[in-house]
Design a protein around this ligand. Structure first.
Ligand SMILES: Nc1ncnc2c1ncn2[C@@H]1O[C@H](COP(=O)(O)OP(=O)(O)O)[C@@H](O)[C@H]1O
Ligand SMILES: [Mg+2]
Length: 364
C-alpha cells in the first residue's frame, strides 16, 4: 500500500481534513488497518475489509453502521466528547455509501480514531477482565432492543452446533487412518460431550433463549482501553449478527480465561483462570443482567463451555481435513490447538461447582 493509494482512498470519504501522514496498525488479524494523522484532530482509521473471510462486505458494513448509530442514539445524553470515546463513528463516502470499493474489488471504510486508546492482546489482571466484561455487557444491553431481522448474517451458521458436527462427520469420512488414530482420545471426547453441547442450540431453536444482537468476536483485543485500563469502546464489529448471549460471553471467557496461548502444547500450562472468569462475569452482568432472563443468566457457564467446545471441534475437524482452513505451522498444529481447548474445558469443569455456587456479583 503506497501513500498515494491510501490518500486516494481516504479522499473518497467526506473527512473534511488535511492529510499529514499514515501508519499501519499491526494489532488486528483480519483486516488491514491504517491510522491517518491529519492537520487537526480528529485522526482517522482507514480499514480494508478482508473479503476472503466476508462475502457480503456491503451487508457487513451496513450492520456496523446501523449498530453504531443505534448505540449513539441510546447514549445521546452524553457529552460529544464522552460519546465519541464510547462508540465507533463511521465516515460517509462521497458517493453516499459508508464504503468505497476500489478497482481491485477491495472494500474500504473510514472511522474516527479514538485517541489515547490502547488494546490488550492478553489479559494481565482482573481489572482488565472486569472492564472488558462491562463493555461487552453494555454492548449487548444497548443493542437489546435492536431488531435483529435488519442484520445481515455475515458468516452463516457461524456458531451452529449441528452444522459444526456435520462438518466434523464429513471430515471423519475422509480423514487418514494416521490422523484419526492420533486424534482418537479427542474423538471419544467429542462423542461424550455431544448431547450436552447441543443444549444451548436447542434452547435457541425452541425460542427459550432470545435472539439478540451479538458481537461474535469478543476477545479482549477488540476492546479499547484508556491508559488507566478503564474500558472505552467495543470495536471490530465485523461479525455482528443475530445470536444468543452465550456466544459473546462464551467466546470472551474462552479467550480471556486461558492461562496459556491457544496453541500452547505444554498442557500443564493450560488452566481456566477462575479469577478472570469472575471478574469478567461481574462486569458483564452489571451492565446486561437487567435485560437477561433467569434462563440466560443460569446457562452462562454452560454457554462458556459450549463456546470452548465448538472451537475444539473446529480445530479437530480441520486436523482431520488435513488443515484446509486454519493456517498451520507444523503437521499437528490443529490437533494441538484442539487438545489445548479440551484441556481448558477439563480445567473449567473441575472448577464448575465453584463457578455455579458463587454469588455472581462477588469478586472473591
Ligand atoms: N476507531 C478506532 N480508534 C482507535 N483505534 C482503532 C479503532 N479501530 C481500530 N483500531 C485499532 O486497529 C486495530 C485493528 O482493528 P480491528 O477493527 O480490530 O481489525 P481486525 O478485524 O483486523 O482485528 C485494533 O486492535 C485497534 O488497535
Ligand atoms: Mg480486531
Amino acid at each position: 500500500m503506497t501513500q498515494e493509494q491510501l490518500i486516494y482512498t481516504f479522499d473518497q470519504f467526506k473527512h473534511a481534513s488535511e492529510y499529514v501522514s499514515f501508519k499501519e496498525l499491526a494489532s488486528g488479524h483480519i483486516n488491514d488497518t491504517f491510522l491517518i494523522e491529519t492537520k487537526a484532530e480528529p485522526f482517522f482509521i482507514v480499514q480494508r475489509i478482508n473479503h476472503s473471510v466476508f462475502k457480503d462486505v456491503p451487508g457487513l458494513l451496513s450492520n456496523k453502521v446501523s449498530i453504531s448509530r443505534h448505540i449513539q442514539n441510546k447514549l445521546s445524553y452524553l457529552s460529544d466528547e464522552e460519546l465519541h470515546r464510547q462508540v465507533l463513528r463511521f465516515v460517509q463516502a462521497k458517493n453516499g455509501d459508508y464504503y468505497h470499493k476500489d478497482k481491485h474489488g477491495d472494500y474500504w471504510n473510514v472511522m474516527i480514531y479514538i485517541k489515547d486508546s490502547v488494546t490488550h492482546d492478553v489479559v494481565s489482571n482482573a481489572k482488565i477482565a472486569y472492564e472488558g466484561g462491562k463493555l461487552s455487557g453494555n454492548f449487548l444491553n444497548l443493542t437489546s432492543d435492536f431488531d435483529t431481522s435488519n442484520l445481515t448474517e455475515v458468516i452463516p451458521k457461524f456458531h451452529d452446533m449441528p452444522y459444526r458436527f456435520w462438518q466434523f462427520e464429513q471430515a471423519l469420512k475422509v480423514a487418514s487412518e494416521d490422523r484419526k488414530s492420533k486424534a482418537r482420545v479427542y474423538l471419544l471426547k467429542v462423542a461424550e460431550l455431544k448431547e450436552e453441547m447441543h443444549i444451548i442450540q436447542k434452547l435457541k431453536e425452541s425460542g427459550q433463549l432470545k435472539l439478540r444482537v451479538t458481537h461474535n468476536d469478543t476477545k479482549i483485543s477488540n476492546v479499547l482501553f484508556d491508559k488507566h485500563d478503564n474500558g472505552l469502546c467495543v470495536i471490530d464489529t465485523d461479525t455482528v449478527m443475530p445470536g444468543v448471549v452465550h456466544y459473546d460471553f462464551g467466546d470472551a471467557i474462552r479467550t480471556i480465561c486461558n492461562t496459556a496461548a491457544e496453541d500452547e502444547t505444554n498442557l500443564d500450562l493450560v488452566h481456566f483462570n477462575i479469577e478472570f472468569y469472575r471478574a469478567y462475569k461481574k462486569g458483564f452482568l452489571e451492565k446486561v443482567a437487567s435485560t437477561l432472563s433467569p434462563l440466560e443468566i443460569n446457562t452462562l457457564p454452560i454457554g462458556a463451555k459450549t463456546m470452548i467446545f465448538i472451537m475444539a471441534l473446529r480445530f479437530l475437524t480441520d486436523y482431520l481435513n488435513n488443515d484446509i482452513y486454519y493456517k498451520t505451522k507444523y503437521p499437528e498444529h490443529n490437533l494441538d490447538r484442539a487438545k489445548n481447548q479440551f484441556k481448558l474445558i477439563d480445567s473449567m469443569v473441575h472448577q464448575m461447582d465453584v463457578i455455579k455456587t458463587k454469588n455472581v456479583y462477588s469478586m472473591d
